[in-house]
Ligand binder design. Sequence first.
Ligand code: HEM
Ligand SMILES: [Ca+2]
Ligand SMILES: [Ca+2]
Length: 297
Amino acid sequence: QLSTSFYSKSCPKVIGTIRSEVHSAVSKERRMGASLVRLFFHDCFVQGCDASILLDDTSSFKGEKTAFPNINSIRGFGVIDDIKKKVEKVCPGVVSCADIVAIAARDSVVILGGPSWDVKLGRRDSKTASLSQANSGRLPGPTSTLANLINRFQAVGLSAKDMVALSGAHTIGQARCTNFRTRIYNETNIDTSFAKTRRSQCPATVGRGNNNLAPLDLQTPTGFDTKYFQNLIHKRGLLHSDQVLYNGGSTDSLVEKYSKDSKTFNSDFVKAMIKMGDINPLTRSQGQIRKNCRKLN
Ligand code: HEM
Ligand SMILES: [Ca+2]
Ligand SMILES: [Ca+2]
């Protein structure tokens, strides 16, 4: 039901308008590209790709922003606001926040050197959000086992292959010490010198330096490439959930393939992003086109 030409008559300028806003945001701060890709993931995995993640809390409404995987972690809301303002000027009331998030994720990947694709469009914005779903493990956590990760993705219709390809998004962006402390101090399937380097910025004491950042891909943290998979082969995955993809299990061979073959990685990543974008969209008369992405009309 979604279509790549959805706005070609109603708002032909939407694609260019979004691209130039993403461009200026990512030029200011390269990491923002990573943050926008993750925003799309965290939207799609809770209630589907419906901009539920963008709704602000109010005194009577608790949205997804304070959910454990999102709080103090998910970024990019200001950029989405800026894009929405520009888009509303060009085509008032036409383009959904959910589609803006999907296009901004694609544009970010392209700007950081990754593959491009046509984004399917026509999603509408939710009238609800789900703090409980966002908290109750729809979103995989950094200590997940491989079986766990495969299950979480399967629950939204994505395969193990999609999961490995999408994890390749960790070729960009940063993680907080609290999410990798156990790995760098207690795990044995980690490169010794890599662990040492990471420990220097992430204290062993629980609670200390929790928000200190480290790159998910130590080699090219702002370049979209296959270095992430090469790191896994050298036991330099930052998160436990990264290293489980290459730890003697069923996904080892795919990691090896992606580490050597950027064409296959790019093409599988694109397919998986399109599949993720198809998760449970609201269409036709469902939901609404929010005027302000942070609140209901
Ligand atoms: C496979 C399961 C996944 C787990 C367990 C996971 C977990 C995490 C964690 C814990 C962080 C760091 C957050 C923080 O410390 O504040 C992170 C960052 C990130 N994740 Fe994932 N993630 C997964 C899959 C994905 C997918 C499917 C995508 C996108 C397609 C993605 C894109 C990103 C990006 C780009 C960042 C860096 C964000 C930034 O720098 O602002 N992740 N992820
Ligand atoms: Ca959502
Ligand atoms: Ca990289």
